[in-house]
Write a protein that binds this ligand. Structure first.
Ligand SMILES: [Zn+2]
Length: 272
């Protein structure tokens, strides 16, 4: 009798273990799907990015008149992130967010309460979450050595994983741009490669990371830097001038023949 009881307990334990593995596995699968919308359209994340890569190749080989713009937002999650996400939804545009948790940790948005919970919104709404280092401390230690930089990247990777249900980042943007790394740049790039990361700067901007006076100046900056068939546009989701200008930015790009996509590791624009 006692033996049977023990056997039953063992069987129940195994069953529970199997069920939990199954649940975890399903959850895991869900994470790597591109977005709810893509699932409805029955396009896998892999096929979606593959089709963008093919379009990029054609554009770069002058085999297509089409144009691509990658909207990228740095330094969030932070105040205004929700506004940016809602505008992107309204226009059905997917973008890329180069995240740093240093701002989000101090930020309590009315809607999200803790801004770090916005990590879930990024990926649920189909955007790419990229890595902008945990500390973003350009002048205080980030570029002290290649190890200090990589540590900040891996710490941010962990943070995103924790807050966005296991989402793994694989694209980095150097805070201040890659030239901020100075003579450490090559060493850092090598270590990024070893850790499975690509990196990217930008080709266009509205100047919202610097001293931007007003909407008019931002618009002038933006329109004067749009001159290539594939653009990577640097914006910041904390900046209210950009938030106010975003509908105009999207409409301008669409009216000028640009298709707007989120970035992905295999993109020609991502350095490896
Ligand atoms: Zn930044």
């Amino acid at each position: 009798m006692r033996k049977n009881k023990i056997l039953n307990i063992i069987l129940i334990c195994i069953a529970l273990l199997l069920i939990s593995i199954l649940i975890f596995h399903q959850k895991d699968n869900k994470l790597y799907n591109y977005s709810n919308q893509i699932i409805e359209d029955e396009i896998t994340e892999e096929d979606y990015f593959k089709s963008i890569k093919e379009l990029e190749d054609k554009i770069l080989n002058n085999e297509s008149d089409k144009k691509i713009a990658y909207l990228t937002f740095d330094d969030g999650p932070y105040y205004n992130t929700y506004k940016v996400l809602d505008i992107l939804d309204k226009y059905n545009v997917k973008a890329t967010f180069f995240t740093t948790s240093i701002n989000g940790e101090k930020c309590y948005d009315k809607r999200s309460q803790n801004c770090l919970l916005l990590y879930q919104e990024y990926y649920k709404r189909g955007h790419t979450i990229a890595n902008h280092t945990y500390t973003h401390s350009i002048w205080r230690g980030l570029y002290k050595s290649s190890n200090s930089f990589i540590d900040a990247v891996l710490k941010q990777e962990e943070h995103v994983k924790n807050y966005a249900d296991g989402y793994k980042t694989n694209i980095v943007r150097f805070p201040g741009g890659s030239n901020s790394a100075g003579k450490l740049k090559n060493e850092i790039i090598q270590k990024l490669r070893q850790n499975g990361y690509g990196w990217i700067d930008w080709t266009a901007y509205d100047g919202d990371g610097g001293k931007l006076k007003n909407k008019k100046q931002a618009w002038k900056n933006f329109t004067s830097t749009i001159d290539q068939n594939i653009e990577v546009i640097l914006l910041h989701d904390y900046n209210s001038i950009t938030t106010n200008l975003l509908p105009d930015i999207i409409e301008y790009l669409k009216n000028n023949g640009y298709e707007l996509y989120p970035l992905f590791y295999e993109s020609n624009m991502v350095n490896k």
